[in-house]
Design a protein around this ligand. Structure first.
Ligand code: GTP
Ligand code: MG
Length: 195
C-alpha cells in the first residue's frame, strides 16, 4: 500500500466540495499543533506532502491525499487553540464536525493526542462526537521523543481511562514520534489491515 504513489488530491472548505465517497479513507484529527501533518508525512515517507508548521492552525482545509488509488488519507484542521480569527476558526470547526459525523467511507479516525499533554476537554468533545456517530477511532500519542519512559506510561494510563467510556474506541493506543520514526510501521500496518 505504501510502496505506491501518494499524492495531494485537493483541499476542501465545505462539505459539497468533498471528493466522491468511492473508496476507503482514514483521517487524522487532533488539537492544533499536535503533529497531524507531520505524521502523514512520516507515514507516506514524503517529507513535505502535508504542510507542517510551528504555528498552531497551519492546516486550514480538509486535505485529501490519495494512497495507491485505493485509499484516501485525510489531514484535518486542528481544533482548540489556533492563531486565526475566531470567525474563521468557527467555520473550520463546523466543517470538521460535519465531516467526522457524516462521511460514509470514513473507516477509522486517528485521534492524535500530544503525549506531553494527555486528553484535554476539547479532545473529549471530539471523542464523544465520534462515539455518537459510531465512527471507530483510535488514539495515537504523538511526540513521544520528548518524554521519558515513566512519563509515557503515565499518559497511556490517563488515555486508557478516558477511553473506557467510549465503546467506539479501538483499544490499542499507538505510541509515535514522527521525528524519530517511532510507531510509523505500526500505523502503516493498521491502515493496511483496513482494506
Ligand atoms: P495544525 O495543522 O496547525 O493543526 O498542526 P498539526 O497537527 O498538523 O501539526 P504539525 O504536523 O504542523 O506539527 C506541529 C509542530 O510539531 C511542528 O513544529 C513539528 O515539527 C512538531 N512535531 C510534529 N511531530 C513531532 C514529533 O514526533 N516530535 C517532535 N519533537 N516534534 C514534532
Ligand atoms: Mg496540520
Amino acid at each position: 500500500l505504501f510502496a505506491g504513489e501518494t499524492d495531494f488530491l485537493k483541499g476542501v472548505v465545505a462539505m459539497d466540495g468533498m471528493p466522491p465517497a468511492d473508496r476507503l479513507e482514514v483521517c487524522f484529527a487532533g488539537r492544533s499543533n499536535v503533529g497531524k501533518s507531520s505524521l502523514i508525512n512520516a507515514i507516506t515517507g514524503r517529507k513535505s506532502l502535508a504542510r507542517t508548521s510551528n504555528t498552531p492552525g497551519r492546516t486550514q482545509e480538509i486535505n485529501f491525499f490519495t494512497l495507491a488509488e485505493s485509499h484516501y488519507l485525510v489531514d484535518l484542521p486542528g481544533y482548540g487553540f489556533a492563531e486565526a480569527p475566531v470567525a474563521i476558526v468557527q467555520k473550520w470547526q463546523r466543517l470538521l464536525k460535519a465531516y467526522l459525523s457524516g462521511r460514509q467511507t470514513l473507516r477509522r479516525a486517528f485521534v492524535l493526542i500530544d503525549s506531553r499533554h494527555g486528553v484535554k476537554p476539547v479532545d473529549e468533545e471530539i471523542l464523544s462526537l465520534l462515539n455518537k456517530s459510531a465512527v471507530t477511532f483510535q488514539v495515537v500519542l504523538t511526540k513521544t521523543d520528548k518524554l521519558k519512559k515513566g512519563e509515557i506510561d503515565k499518559v497511556v494510563a490517563q488515555v486508557s481511562t478516558a477511553l473506557q467510556k467510549h465503546p467506539a474506541a479501538f483499544p490499542e493506543i499507538v505510541l509515535t514520534s514522527s521525528e524519530k520514526g517511532i510507531g510509523i510501521p505500526t500505523l502503516r500496518h493498521i491502515i493496511g489491515t483496513l482494506v
